[in-house]
Write a protein that binds this ligand. Structure first.
Ligand code: UDP
Ligand code: MG
Length: 341
């Protein structure tokens, strides 16, 4: 029976404390997969411009384990870009995305692999419990998944993060989506193919703090909605239509009233109310258009999604500097080529 290849992609931003705790668990899982599932596993850590010791920790890990590859970006590009960078480097086999903080238990990976073997292309973890997260975060996350589920035509599974396995053809499909505003959960959903969910309990962070505060999450939610639906623009249209109808009815009433009962000077308060209301509605609609226009603007610049500082392929390369590729982004040596060299 041929052996399959699986690359575990981990975006890392200031996780010097969690990596040493995660790596032994990962390596145990890789041993298990190699022995019992005919899967050769590799780990690819993507350093998303960390400013703590993460890169040094990662280099230490890679020096000890030939199954570990490292990729360092030129600065912090955000988790979605870091994951894209990692996924772009995989030339063969399936990919599995995991958080560096241990919230996605690596021990579940064999279950993901089993589903992949059954023929599924996208095996994703669905959270049943979120431990160690405040009620407000749970509540807003819940609300967000439901809202986007209703608005977007692309199916986006509820309560599903980035913990997922992608078959080679899903991975190839994802590579074709080069948009700058990357709402990964939506992109995964857009691809389609055979999807299946695995329920799991989301563990608390091993150490350190979340990188996503409420402001970031709010922007992330706007990103998701604007990337996957133009429903807000339609809403603005409806709001405008309703406002116009009400204004028209009120206008008729004002004319009729002054014809029937004469025209004493109308009240200033009602006038102010109408002006302010209309001003507000117009600004909201303009803001909405601006959100989409701004996205068009960044999209039109066609910048690369990320820049690579250092690529350190798997295979126990001892030189800490690795291979320099100042300006490459999407195409550079991948796992297979890197190992052959
Ligand atoms: N992360 C990243 N770049 C960033 C922010 C976060 O690569 O700019 C990584 C982080 O190291 C972790 C994952 O994304 O592996 C999830 O981050 P975090 O645990 O802070 O998010 P949460 O689980 O609280 O949503
Ligand atoms: Mg986390």
């Amino acid at each position: 029976m041929p052996r399959d290849l699986l690359t575990i992609v981990i975006a890392v931003f200031n996780e010097a404390e969690t990596l040493p705790l995660l790596q032994p668990r990962l390596s145990a899982v890789l041993d298990d997969l190699a022995a019992n599932a005919r899967v050769d596993g590799r780990v690819l850590y993507v350093d998303d411009g960390s400013n703590d010791d993460s890169w040094q920790v990662m280099q230490g890990i890679a020096a000890r384990d030939p199954r570990v590859a490292l990729l360092r970006l030129s600065r912090n590009f955000g988790k979605e870009a870091a994951l894209t960078a990692g996924l772009d480097r995989i030339e063969a086999g399936a990919a599995l995305v995991l958080d560096a903080d241990g919230q996605d238990p690596p021990e579940l990976i064999p279950q993901f692999v089993a589903k992949w073997r059954e023929g599924f292309d996208d095996v994703h973890g669905t959270r049943t419990v979120r431990e160690g997260e405040g009620w407000l975060k749970k509540f807003t996350a819940h609300g967000f998944y439901r809202l986007i589920g209703r608005l977007s035509k692309t199916p986006i599974p509820q309560d599903t993060g980035d913990f997922r396995l992608l078959s080679p053809r899903s991975l190839a499909a994802l590579r074709q989506l080069r948009e700058r505003h990357r709402f990964m959960k939506g992109l995964f959903g857009w691809i389609g193919y055979e999807q299946v969910a695995i329920a799991y309990e989301r563990a608390p962070r091993l150490a350190g703090k979340t990188k996503f505060n409420f402001w970031k999450l709010w922007n992330f939610a706007i990103e998701g909605i604007t990337s996957f639906t133009t429903a807000p623009l339609r809403l603005a249209t409806y709001l405008g239509v309703v406002t116009a109808l009400v204004a028209f009815a009120y206008g008729v009433w004002v004319v009729v009233r002054s014809l029937l009962w004469g025209d004493p000077v109308a009240g200033w308060p009602s006038m102010m109310a109408v002006i302010l209301f209309l001003g507000g509605v117009q600004l909201i609609a303009l803001g909405l258009i601006g959100e989409y226009l701004g996205r068009l603007y960044t999209e039109s610049k066609q910048r690369p999604l990320y820049l690579v500082d250092t690529w350190h392929p798997a295979g126990g390369v001892s030189s800490p500097a690795g291979i320099r590729e100042g300006d490459s982004h999407a195409d550079g040596p991948s796992f297979a080529r890197g190992q052959g060299a």
